[in-house]
Design a protein around this ligand. Structure first.
Ligand code: T46
Length: 133
């Protein structure tokens, strides 16, 4: 499946912790967009789509949440529960997010600008796309 877990470097001393994220280093693409989610109800479920081309790295900056990744054949459940842990998600991976803790903050670094045309928001269409490739 087109994903990987990235242990991010932490520079920690008596002043606290710092985690750098650089294009083509910890993040394996040029970062063109950054967005974050907060005020997420613990019962929320987000995602339910795949991307045709977009690559992303997700970091849970505070709290915890779960990502369910699905390449149309296998599913993986990944818990993001520390701010020095990155989840790279490539294209053609269906993602769902759930089990958000209280006050969870999720940061996402993306390889491209926002294009609604890059989203596949219907699971059957996603499966059909895979059969063609
Ligand atoms: C993803 C997961 C992890 C924008 O206008 N610009 C943006 O850059 C983004 C990401 C969203 N939006 C608008 C589109 C919707 O009206 O924000 C609204 C909420 O977006 P969405 O329902 O797609 O949010 P999620 O949490 O389901 O999915 C998001 C990303 O869209 C998606 O690429 O992989 O987070």
């Amino acid at each position: 499946m087109n994903y990987k877990l990235i242990d991010l470097p932490v520079f920690e001393d008596e002043r606290g912790a710092l985690v750098p994220l650089e294009s083509m280093a910890e993040v394996p693409f040029e970062i063109k967009r950054v967005y974050f989610m907060y005020n997420i109800p613990t019962s929320a479920e987000r995602g339910f789509h795949a991307h045709k081309n977009l690559q992303q790295v997700v970091v849970c900056l505070r709290g915890a949440c779960k990502f369910i990744l699905d390449d149309g054949f296998d599913k993986q459940e990944i818990t993001l529960d520390r701010p020095n842990f990155g989840l790279y998600i490539g294209n053609n991976v269906w993602r769902e997010m759930k089990d958000f803790s209280e006050n969870c903050i999720v940061l996402v670094l993306a390889s491209d600008h926002y294009f609604e045309d890059d989203y596949i928001r219907d699971y059957n269409t996603f499966r059909a796309t895979l059969n063609k490739s």
